[in-house]
Structures are given as C-alpha cells and as structure tokens.
Design a protein. Structure first.
Length: 138
C-alpha cells in the first residue's frame, strides 16, 4: 500500500483550534481511521499545537506545518515550526516527562502525548523543530 499524505500550514499565534481539529478529523475519516483512534490523534494535535504556540513562538507569528501520513499500520503526525529550539534531551537521556510533571508542575501535555503515541521523535534541523508521532492503527 502506498503512503497517503495530507499536509497543511497555519500561522501561530492562532485561535482556530476548532477549525484545525475539523480538518484533521476529516482527513482521518477519509483514511478510514476508527473513531477512538481519531480522538487520540486529535488530543495529540491539540497538545502539540498548544506547546508550539505557547513555548516555541509565544506572541510572535510563525509558520506551523502539519503533515498526516498513513501507511499499512501507522498514522504518522509531523509538526514543523521555526520557533525557539525544543529541547527534548538532557545530555544523552530523553527528558522524563512524568518526573518533570510531578517535580516542576509542567509538561503535562507532553506526558499525555507520550502515553498515547506508540513512538515519537524530536529533532532540530537548521532553524526547524520537527516533532514526529507514530500511532498504530491495526
């Protein structure tokens, strides 16, 4: 099966979370994704977009690219922004979001995303933050 790809861009800061949710839901329904999986994917989209708006750009405007891919077994969500660098690792070890939430009272959104996604990856390429999330759909 060939990968299906849906891609769109928006500008931060924005207040159109409902519109973005609807675009994502429509795309996933076209991919014939079950409703329970769609709900989880929309939670990820909400949390990551909120983090990009709040932490990456703040009050500045900047592009956000969202890509949704489907292959035989996975939905892959990719978010790209050009805001402040997102730091996911302390040294060589990934940040423990659960510990961060209880210790510092922050990071709850990423903890939720970590619990939903089967796999995720964060990287900084040039001036871009790239966040990728994999969810099994079988």
């Amino acid at each position: 099966m060939k990968k299906k790809i849906f891609e769109f861009c928006t500008i931060s800061p924005f207040t159109k979370f409902n519109e973005i949710r609807e675009i994502v839901k429509e795309c996933l329904l076209n991919y014939r994704i079950p409703e329970d999986k769609i709900y989880n994917i929309v939670v990820i989209v909400d949390e990551i977009l909120s983090n990009i708006v709040e932490h990456s750009y703040g009050i500045k405007k900047g592009p956000i690219k969202i890509k949704i891919e489907k292959d035989e077994k996975n939905i892959i969500l990719t978010f790209e922004d050009q805001g402040k660098p997102f730091i996911y690792k302390k040294g060589k070890e990934p940040i423990d979001f659960e510990k961060d939430v209880t210790k510092k009272g922050r990071g709850l959104g990423l903890l939720i995303v970590q619990k939903i996604a089967n796999k995720f990856d964060f990287e900084r390429k040039g001036r871009k933050n790239i966040k990728k999330f994999f969810l099994k759909i079988d």
